[in-house]
Design a protein around this ligand. Structure first.
Ligand SMILES: Cc1cc2nc3c(=O)[nH]c(=O)nc-3n(C[C@H](O)[C@H](O)[C@H](O)COP(=O)(O)OP(=O)(O)OC[C@H]3O[C@@H](n4cnc5c(N)ncnc54)[C@H](O)[C@@H]3O)c2cc1C
Length: 389
């Protein structure tokens, strides 16, 4: 294993992107410090995630795929429905896994964070450490993994692109307890239901229970006061298991965030000795379920570029070149899908649903594969050992 202990890196932010980048760099022999401003870590900040095959490949490279799989649910299908429960389309996740070489997983964010933190080492994660002046950070490499509001990005480009509100809001929650989905047809896959300007999704996430999310068109900053009551008001009459899950959510545990993205391609992913990963560099609407997956990709591509190139600046140029086109393309697609899914006009939503209904399953599979069928750099450096499968 080639070690480069003289190289030091500070990663600003300990979300999925920061933890994965810290781990990738540490495995590459860097002296890494991940600084996370919250006291309890990013694990507290989320509910669940879908990990597409591209992300599972990255977890394999990072040596944590088995630990993640132990905590996750393998998803057998991804289904789109109407509020009545009628299925509009279905993607066979086994076929997707066959094509892409890895399964589709559902996992609680806290579980993914914990697996990454353990592999990184608690000594490298500094909780309660907010970075207030990125320019003063002393390290050979600084990585901005500080999310959509990134201070690192704003300090590099004070007049750069700003997050744009996309006209809707998102709720997320974890419903604890096993078997909540049993007998509903949603027990072994991801399910999303499209209404008029509203969506509701369910994902089994291993022993942690069921991850639920919802979106609705809403002005920025609108809040209901009691968000659980608001979810029950909006979605309580949709098909089962939606009402049963809403009944089982513990009060006070619903997260609500307005959805923003960065204009696709508007932000470079590096400058000098600083790189941006995850939402800091390319926050996108959540419609493809790929934001955290792309942060994992960033982590392995960045570590690979640093190993392959002779200097930090040339490695970061390479990282930017290898990432820019893909992340911008997916951000555009996610915007497009959001536009479609947010439709609220009755005639338009009927036409939309009819079009989805007649789309052949193989086309739906191909569309899912376009984002998910990605592999890490083909010649991993010697030290980035692939986990034995
Ligand atoms: C409703 C919804 C559903 C989604 N579903 C999926 C999905 O199924 N699959 C998927 O892949 N993605 C999904 N995403 C996207 C995913 O949540 C994000 O892309 C991902 O969390 C980005 O990770 P990150 O580490 O880049 O940023 P973040 O998760 O935002 O982490 C940034 C971290 O930096 C810390 N920080 C910020 N500023 C500082 C500072 N100055 N100093 C120190 N620390 C700082 C923050 O506290 C935070 O912990 C979804 C998003 C939404 C809104």
């Amino acid at each position: 294993m080639r070690k480069t202990p003289e190289r030091s890196a500070v990663v600003v932010g300990g979300g999925i992107g920061g933890l994965a980048t810290g781990l990738a760099l540490r495995r590459a022999g860097w002296d890494v410090h991940v600084r996370e401003r919250t006291a309890d870590g990013a694990a507290a900040a989320g509910a669940g995630l879908v990990l597409w095959p591209n992300a599972v490949h990255c977890l394999q490279v990072l040596g944590v795929a088995e630990a993640v799989r132990e905590r996750a649910s393998v998803l057998h299908r991804s289904t789109l429905r109407r509020p009545s429960g009628r299925s509009l389309s279905r993607v066979d996740a086994h076929e997707l896994a066959r094509r892409c070489g890895q399964p589709l997983l559902g996992i609680a964010r806290a579980d993914l964070s914990e697996v990454l933190t353990r592999a990184l080492g608690r000594d490298a994660l500094h909780l309660g450490h907010e970075v207030t002046d990125p320019a003063s950070v002393e390290a050979d490499l600084v990585v901005g993994a500080d999310g959509i509001g990134s201070l690192v990005r704003r300090s590099l480009w004070p007049d750069g692109a700003r997050p744009v509100h996309r006209g809707y809001t998102a709720w997320r929650a974890l419903v604890p307890g096993a078997d909540r989905l049993r007998g509903t047809g949603a027990e072994d896959g991801a399910s999303e239901t499209w209404g008029r300007g509203e969506r509701f999704g369910t994902v089994p996430v291993g022993g942690a229970g069921t991850y639920v999310y919802a979106t609705a068109n809403a002005p920025r900053g609108a809040r209901a006061g009691d968000e659980l009551a608001e979810l029950r008001r909006r979605f309580g009459r949709w098909h089962e298991p939606v009402p049963a899950l809403l009944a089982a959510i513990e009060p006070g545990t619903v997260l609500r965030h307005d959805v923003h993205d960065l204009p696709p391609g508007a932000t470079a992913l590096h400058r000098g000795r600083t790189a941006l990963v995850g939402d800091a560099g390319h926050a996108m609407e959540p419609n493809l379920g790929q934001g955290a997956c792309l942060a994992l990709e960033d982590a392995v591509v960045l570590a690979h570029a640093l190993e392959a190139e002779g200097s930090v600046p040339s490695a970061l140029s390479r990282y930017d070149r290898e990432r820019a086109r893909r992340v911008a393309a997916l951000a555009r697609r996610s915007r497009h899908l959001g536009h479609l899914a947010r439709g609220a006009h009755p005639a338009l939503t009927s036409a939309r649903d009819a079009a989805v209904l007649v789309t052949p399953a193989r086309l739906a599979l191909r569309a899912a594969g376009r984002a998910a069928d990605w592999r890490p750099p083909t010649s991993p450096p010697a030290h980035v050992r692939q986990e034995s499968r």
